[in-house]
Write a protein that binds this ligand. Structure first.
Ligand SMILES: Cc1cc2nc3c(=O)[nH]c(=O)nc-3n(C[C@H](O)[C@H](O)[C@H](O)COP(=O)(O)O)c2cc1C
Length: 416
């Protein structure tokens, strides 16, 4: 038996009742995780991947020392199946609530987990955003659809669906109403992200109204400009992400550590984030929070047509296109379809006109009717999951991977 105690001895977290103390069976050959949850196939009780919850099914409490519950079985080293009836084979294992994460992002946003749902026109509305906020992350309502009457109604719905904090995004390039700042302030939210434009445009007015303002940036120069404008934090978005992009795209692996080494404000990483591993990687590069776009488009509570979700599940990592790099108008990353493959080879004169009636794609499911903004991480998504499951698994995997790295590379491991 290899005893393992994850507590303050290993410097992973401070003392507290939520401490995780567990004992592991011998690590299977070739497994670098020590049979932690990412190695579901080693589970003596049956193994297998995490099964999907049916939409709306309550997550239920995490099993404590066993593996029973309404939600996915997330007991360390256990099977990950829904409604698992097997006793946990590791009798001496105890597990507390999911890992508590406390940092500047959780504090500023007032959330349990520093996981933010990306703002997305028509998609980031109450159904999706309330699921994220209720699961302990931050739901964000869009304004990029330009339908402010509908947005107002969505904010009203949010208040009936959740008592947790949520935010609003101002995608500046799409603003039609000159009173957008008053509109956002009137919604009573405390957190706003601004994107797609000059951070000086709304930052001081929003801050004067008492809001916390994060600006979305695709480069170091943009980050420094946003800091000058007085933002409270940054969303640093790598070029692998879905949506409108800087034509001179930079991947998160380069951009995040570069920006994080030059700014003092907290950073939320966007682009390619889909699970606990990618969240941990972003934290290693200096971020304190993550934002998920494509993962949320494909979530059970996302309102988009099933054809879009299926296209994400079927996409390989090479199945997005980067369009309109040289303008005019914005560059963007979208799913590869017949239409977008043609635009990749021969850019259209006006990319924005090619969106046509986007709602025929978004809610009608006609994948050739418009452009399905999505990130490269589509290649890592192969299951539609409820938001609560996405967030619970992300936090559990973040914790497990952190512990696995510590075991393999930490000082204690080196001297054992
Ligand atoms: C369908 C879609 C719509 C988007 N719309 C917006 C938007 O209105 N405002 C914005 O700031 N970002 C928007 N984005 C970018 C996301 O906020 C997010 O940063 C990006 O999706 C992260 O990369 P990922 O797709 O790899 O998770 C959109 C992304 C997608 C996929």
């Amino acid at each position: 038996m290899r005893a393992q105690a994850v507590d303050q001895q290993e410097g992973l977290r401070p003392a507290g009742p939520e401490h995780l103390v567990f004992q592991l069976d011998p690590v299977p050959d070739g497994c670098r995780h020590g049979a932690l949850p990412s190695c579901f196939s080693h589970c003596p009780a049956g193994g297998g991947r995490l099964a999907s919850l049916s939409p709306g099914k309550p997550r239920g409490p995490l099993p404590r020392g066993g593996a029973r519950g309404a939600g996915p079985c997330l007991a360390l080293g256990h099977c990950g199946q829904i409604d698992c009836k097997q006793p946990n084979p590791r009798k001496d294992e105890t597990i507390g609530e999911p890992m508590a994460i406390n940092n500047r992002i959780t504090e500023l946003l007032g959330v349990e987990y520093p996981i933010v749902q990306a703002p997305m026109g028509w998609i980031a509305r109450a159904q999706l955003a309330s699921a994220v906020s209720n699961a302990g992350g931050l739901g964000v309502i869009e304004t990029s659809s330009g339908r402010l009457d509908e947005v107002r109604e969505e904010v009203r719905k949010m208040r009936t669906l959740t008592s947790k904090p949520f935010g609003v995004n101002i995608a500046q390039a799409f603003v039609r109403d000159p009173d957008i700042v008053s509109f956002v302030v009137d919604q009573g939210v405390k957190f706003v992200t601004t994107s797609a434009g000059d951070p000086n445009r709304y930052c001081s007015a929003l801050k004067a109204a008492g809001l916390t303002v994060f600006h979305v940036v695709p480069s170091l120069a943009a980050a420094l400009k946003a800091i000058e404008a007085g933002v409270d934090g940054l969303v640093v978005e790598g070029g692998e992400g879905g949506g409108f992009k800087n034509g001179r795209d930079v991947a998160s692996m380069v951009l995040l550590p570069l920006v994080c080494s030059r700014v003092k404000v907290p950073v939320i990483a966007a682009g390619g984030i889909v699970d606990g591993r990618t969240m941990l990687a972003a934290f290693a590069l200096g971020a304190e929070g993550v934002q998920m776009g494509t993962r949320m488009v494909s979530a059970a509570e996302s309102p988009v047509h099933g054809n879009w979700k299926t296209a994400i599940l079927e996409a390989k990592e090479t199945d997005t296109v980067f369009l309109n790099r040289f303008g005019p108008g914005p560059a963007l990353r979208a799913l590869r379809t017949e239409k977008t493959s043609a635009y990749e080879k021969t850019p259209p004169e006006n990319i924005m006109a090619e969106f046509g009636n986007a709602l025929d794609l978004y809610f009608g499911g006609d994948m050739e009717a418009s452009i399905a903004l999505s990130g490269q991480v589509a290649g890592r998504i192969d299951e539609i999951k409820p938001v609560a499951q996405v967030i619970a698994e992300t936090v559990a995997e973040f914790e497990a991977e952190l512990a696995a790295l510590q075991r393999q590379y930490g000082r204690a491991a080196a001297t054992a």
